[in-house]
Design a protein around this ligand. Structure first.
Ligand SMILES: NC(=O)c1ccc[n+]([C@@H]2O[C@H](COP(=O)([O-])OP(=O)(O)OC[C@H]3O[C@@H](n4cnc5c(N)ncnc54)[C@H](O)[C@@H]3O)[C@@H](O)[C@H]2O)c1
Length: 419
């Protein structure tokens, strides 16, 4: 199927794999408004969603039922991978081996270290570059904390603490994200954002061991928050549930009704509104992970998807002071020096929507890297470090033991240093 893109004068040609929420509503939408780059092709096996995506973006790209067909037919400067996580490594490798010079894969790089190392081998064979969808690096608040740490505002870093509340996280249990084998577990799928921030802030250190505890306390069958009649079953999806008018955890398809509806579901059986209480999940709805670094720094991350708000509350402690702030109020960071006056440090805000304005900056950076105008904001080594911490956290809570990063990957390996 072809849509009219022939008149485009935009220099950078981008292909997209995965026409879901992130692919179309974020990158597709941003590329449609981009001056330097053009989305020329989209690969997606669900042909009903593919057509809905083309309609949503005004039919400005060619469409393919498979990534392989797109990669064989198109000459692309860059590919963006926005499929479910378990497919990331395969598609990054396929794009590199097809000769695509730049790939942006949304986080995580892969669901396991084994997948990450397949990507590094393909990079070494082809010379292609890979960036990760670490949009948090583009939040001015996060970048300002890094600058303050590196400027010595709190002396030598000792502890990072993040307490994250994510109301939207309960919808993981309504989608593919709820399955360990598809997402790598939520410490990999979601936690890689936070572990990457820790690794980025603590640039002088390497993560060495992780202990984590996690579980499902609320989003399970015995916690349904309304009276259930014996002869009227709950679910299985919100859209057909007899209790949808009274359920306080009614989940709308997060990718929006244009891309996810009865017709798109009929094509492949994928729905985004499974009952969050009854779905067959094997990930967590809350947990705590503790990461130790080789430079005597500790970082703890609590994530909770059972709440009525969204926030990340940070406390970053050094031997000469403390930084405090939260992403619900990203325009300021409090600095409390050990000796001296507390002060509020103002921070510019990039935006409100699109993850606080971070997604447009992430895409701009990817395009600038393709054009050789800027270095990429993340490397594959960053992606591997974040997956290593996430996978270690998964192994830790599932096997109830502390996990050494060295069990998973050897960062002193010379081939990884180059990436
Ligand atoms: N950086 C961020 O802030 C952020 C936010 C949300 C999601 N993500 C990531 O974006 C990615 C996509 O998540 P989403 O929420 O958009 O998922 P989604 O379910 O909305 O979309 C995934 C799409 O991939 C398609 N797909 C499935 N198998 C495929 C295949 N073999 N080839 C091509 N396409 C295939 C699905 O049909 C669907 O259209 C995930 O990796 C997720 O971790 C990142």
């Amino acid at each position: 199927m072809a849509h009219d893109i022939e008149n485009s004068t935009k220099a950078v040609r981008i292909g997209l794999i995965g026409a879901g929420g992130r692919g179309i509503n974020c990158f597709g939408k941003l590329l449609a408004a981009c001056d330097d780059a053009q989305l020329v092709a989209v690969a997606e096996p669900n042909d009903v969603r593919l057509e809905a995506a083309a309609l949503r973006l005004d039919h400005k790209f060619r469409t393919y039922g498979s990534a392989q067909a797109m990669l064989q037919s198109e000459i692309l400067d860059g590919v963006i991978v926005t499929t479910p996580d378990y497919l990331h490594a395969d598609y990054v490798v396929a794009a590199l081996q097809a000769g695509v010079p730049h790939v942006l894969v949304d986080k995580p790089l892969a669901t396991t270290i084994e997948g990450c190392l397949r990507v590094t081998r393909a990079m070494q064979e082809t010379g292609g570059r890979v960036a990760i969808g670490f949009n948090m690096r583009h939040l001015p608040f996060i970048a300002k904390v890094k600058a303050l740490i590196e400027d010595g505002a709190i002396g030598e870093l000792m502890i990072i603490e993040n307490r994250e509340f994510y109301d939207g996280g309960r919808t993981y249990m309504a989608r593919w994200n709820r399955r360990y084998e598809l997402s790598g577990g939520l410490w990999v799928h979601k936690g890689t954002h936070d572990f990457d921030v820790f690794n980025w802030w603590n640039a002088k250190g390497n993560p060495v061991r992780v202990s984590a505890s996690a579980g499902i306390n609320a989003l399970r069958a015995d916690k349904i928050p309304f009276a259930v009649q014996d002869d009227v079953p709950v679910g299985p999806n919100c859209s057909v549930c007899a209790y949808k008018e009274i359920c306080p955890d009614y989940a709308l398809p997060i990718g929006g009704p244009q891309l996810f509806n009865a017709q798109t579901s009929a094509a492949d059986g994928y729905v985004q509104d499974l009952c969050v209480f009854l779905s067959d999940k094997n990930t967590h709805d809350n947990g705590i992970a503790l990461v130790e670094y080789d430079n005597n720094v500790r970082a703890s991350h609590m994530e909770c998807f059972v709440c009525n708000f969204t926030d990340r509350l940070y406390t970053i402690i050094g031997d000469r002071g403390t930084l405090m702030g939260n992403l619900a109020n990203p325009s300021q960071i409090e600095l409390r020096p050990r000796w001296g006056e507390n002060m509020l440090i103002p921070v510019d805000v990039a935006g409100k929507d699109e993850h606080g304005g971070a997604d447009p900056l992430l895409l701009d950076n990817f395009i600038a890297a393709i054009q050789n105008k800027a270095p990429g904001s993340s490397t594959v080594r960053d992606g591997i470090r974040a997956v290593a911490v996430g996978q270690a956290a998964e192994l830790s809570w599932r096997n109830r033991r502390m996990v050494e990063i060295a069990e998973l990957v050897d960062f002193s390996d010379a081939s990884l240093k180059l990436l």
